[in-house]
Design a binder for this molecule. Structure first.
Ligand SMILES: NC(=O)c1ccc[n+]([C@@H]2O[C@H](COP(=O)([O-])OP(=O)(O)OC[C@H]3O[C@@H](n4cnc5c(N)ncnc54)[C@H](O)[C@@H]3O)[C@@H](O)[C@H]2O)c1
Length: 237
């Protein structure tokens, strides 16, 4: 909810900008995947003035992107329109031959999702007559007809390979959460089965409280009457 959304959102746009120095305002930025990372990237790209198009495979996420005000399209349909393509799905083959073939000259493609399989590099190489390192972290692929496609950071996580990754002021929460979850496991392992457990809500709340305190943000507290009211089904509509 925090490092994927705010960290990946910011650091991905940071990586694209510091690598290419491209003006984001007015560009068509295609974000593949509207999960936590995709939401962050789409929001930040919109904030910089891009026309953001989201691609999805999951109906609820797609509907949310639509109602958040983004254009939702199939990757194949938006391929000829995008200026910058950012994959954040955790999936493979999100951009393949059929997409590269339709992209316009000068399209920029990068990945900030799981691994360097989101963009099918084998397909991109097969379609290309040549490719060369243009400048640091930019590979220029020349396709037939002299069309160029620019791949950032070899398709690896662009925010890590071509920028600094997430700011420490969002990772602090993730690491605190992991440390406290490890302590919880060490304390409770005898009672646990060999399966995946969700992090207990108390740990999330503890980290959130500490973070709020560090930010000097104060919040209200429920009165006993409010607590009772919220826990009851007997009053209200
Ligand atoms: N760059 C980073 O620093 C960084 C940080 C955190 C997470 N990640 C990675 O980013 C990826 C996404 O993380 P998340 O938290 O957003 O996950 P998520 O599960 O919340 O979202 C992924 C979304 O992608 C969609 N999707 C899957 N296949 C698709 C396809 N072929 N086309 C379009 N959409 C597709 C899913 O429906 C889902 O809505 C993960 O692989 C995660 O490991 C990267």
């Amino acid at each position: 909810m925090f490092d994927n959304l705010y960290g990946t959102g910011q650091s991905t746009m940071d990586a694209i900008i510091r690598t290419t120095n491209v003006l984001i305002a007015g560009k068509v930025v295609v974000v593949a995947g509207y999960g936590y990372c995709g939401k962050g990237v789409a929001l930040r790209a919109r904030g910089l003035g891009a026309k953001v198009v989201v691609t999805e495979v999951e109906p609820v996420a797609a509907l949310q992107a639509h109602m958040d005000g983004f254009l939702v399209m199939k990757m194949e349909d938006v391929s000829p329109r995008g200026d910058i393509f950012i994959t954040v799905t955790g999936d493979r083959d999100v951009l393949t031959k059929k997409h590269f073939a339709k992209m316009k000259d000068g399209a920029i493609v990068c990945n900030s999702g799981h691994f360097n399989v989101e963009i099918n590099l084998k397909d991109l190489k097969q379609l290309s007559v040549s490719y060369k390192q243009k400048i640091k972290n930019i590979t220029e692929y020349t396709l037939r007809g002299n069309k160029k496609i620019y791949l950032l950071a070899e398709g690896r996580l662009v925010n890590l390979a071509a920028a600094e990754g997430h700011p420490s002021s969002v990772m602090d929460m993730s690491f605190a959460n992991q440390a406290l979850a490890s302590a919880w496991l060490a304390k409770n392992y005898k009672k646990l089965e060999a399966k995946v457990y969700e992090v207990p809500a108390e740990i999330d709340q503890k980290v959130a409280k500490l973070k709020l305190a560090s930010l000097h943000v104060t919040i209200d507290t429920l009165t006993p009457v409010q607590k009772k009211y919220l826990a009851s089904w007997s009053e209200g509509t």
